[in-house]
Design a protein around this ligand. Structure first.
Ligand code: SAM
Length: 233
């Protein structure tokens, strides 16, 4: 899937839909050093590095890290790239950062409460005091309560691919990424509720957490595709 990920997300449209939300957020919090712990193919690491942030990109997948390096060259930026698993982040990440970002619905690859708690404790440890965690998720509350709908405007903006859940259960959601009848990929994710993740974040020691819906502070919980949580240490 790492080979097709950039077609799924369409960098240019995604960039327009985000409208520099993350750059502005990080600037407003006085962030200089950013650790992207789910860099994937490098979308945020690269754009943040281009915007002048001091970035380190990490991911648990070698294939994704290779894509990030390839894309960083294309975009003419240079930053450190390192393999790191969220559950053992401090084994590989020894520096502390002003911000940790975990974007693209990434955290919901975790399936167990214990894993969320461990990952969040690890993230807490690699943040400076006052530093922020920025993590997003699909709006699973809306998916579980009212079914799936998507404005097809944020995150997965590619025209050549249709993304939709084919199984929705309380404890897992299976998404299909369909390029054609003959080329489909499947990804099973954990539909974590917004309040559950906020609570795990606070339990990990963070001072406060704020949520945004589709990049807006005032949002309709049932009319937002993605929820962003911003937590301060
Ligand atoms: N942030 C990118 C974006 O928005 O385009 C990539 C999002 S992709 C859906 C999720 C990423 O999380 C994948 O690159 C995957 O390898 C990584 N990932 C999943 N579980 C992980 C773990 N336990 N530790 C480190 N990375 C992990």
């Amino acid at each position: 899937m790492s080979e097709r990920w950039d077609e799924i997300i369409d960098w240019e449209k995604r960039r327009q839909s985000e409208d520099s939300f993350f750059e502005k957020l990080l600037h407003n919090h006085g962030v200089e050093n950013v650790l992207d712990i789910a860099c994937g193919t490098g979308f945020h690491s690269i754009h943040l590095a281009k915007a002048g942030f001091n970035v380190k990109a990490a991911d648990g997948s070698e294939a994704m890290l290779a894509k990030t390096k390839e894309n960083a060259k294309l975009y003419n930026v240079d930053f450190e790239v390192e393999k790191a698993d969220w559950l053992k982040l401090t084994n590989t990440i020894s520096e502390k950062y002003d911000a940790v970002i975990c974007l693209g619905n990434a955290l919901t690859h975790l399936f167990y409460e214990d894993y969320y708690r461990r990952a969040l404790e690890q993230i807490y440890q690699v943040l400076n005091k006052g530093g922020i965690l920025v993590a997003d998720q699909r709006n699973y509350d809306a998916i579980l309560e009212t079914g799936y709908s998507s404005k097809h405007k944020y995150y997965y903006c590619g025209d050549e691919v249709e993304v939709k859940p084919i199984i929705i259960e309380d404890d897992f959601v299976r998404f299909a990424y369909k390029f054609s009848e003959n080329e489909k990929y499947y990804l099973t994710l954990h539909p974590i509720r917004i309040d559950n993740l906020s609570q795990y974040i606070l339990d990990a020691g963070f001072e406060k957490v704020e949520t945004y819906g589709d990049f807006k502070k005032d949002y309709d919980k049932y009319d937002s595709d993605f929820i962003i949580q911003v937590a301060q240490k």
